[in-house]
Design a protein around this ligand. Structure first.
Ligand SMILES: [Zn+2]
Length: 125
């Protein structure tokens, strides 16, 4: 097992987490980590099905509050997951999509409103 923190190849099994997942120990940096380290599932109370369901609903255009209501998860949880997935996707995109020679580019973007609504500034006549 490769240590995601220092890159050492000799990380080995080191007991289980309180949730029953496999824990690993790196003999080089002495840090422990789990299989989900560096993923959007890391240290979340959501299971994989819930994560998939939330992200699927978001992709299909459901509102964040709507997803929160239907999945019975806190609004902040939904926003945090969507942001984590977005950041992860950006990292993958930046790493993998390079030096593409093309004449035309069509960009399809997924827009999401995750900011707090501000009251419109009233105009004085
Ligand atoms: Zn290490």
């Amino acid at each position: 097992m490769k240590c995601p923190l220092c890159g050492c190849e000799k990380a080995h099994k080191h007991g289980k987490t309180s949730k029953g997942g496999q824990r690993y120990l790196c003999p080089h940096c002495k840090k422990t980590f789990t299989d989900t380290f560096d993923t959007i599932y890391y240290r979340r109370h959501l299971n994989t099905d819930e994560v998939h369901s939330i992200l699927q609903s978001h992709t299909e255009g459901s509102s964040l509050r709507g997803i929160s209501r239907i999945t019975q998860r806190a609004y902040g949880t939904v926003v945090s997951l969507v942001r984590a997935a977005s950041q992860k996707a950006q990292i993958v995109h930046n790493a993998k999509v390079q030096k593409i020679k093309t004449k035309e580019v069509i960009g399809n973007e997924m827009w999401s409103f995750v900011e707090k609504n501000k009251k419109p500034v009233s105009q004085k006549n």
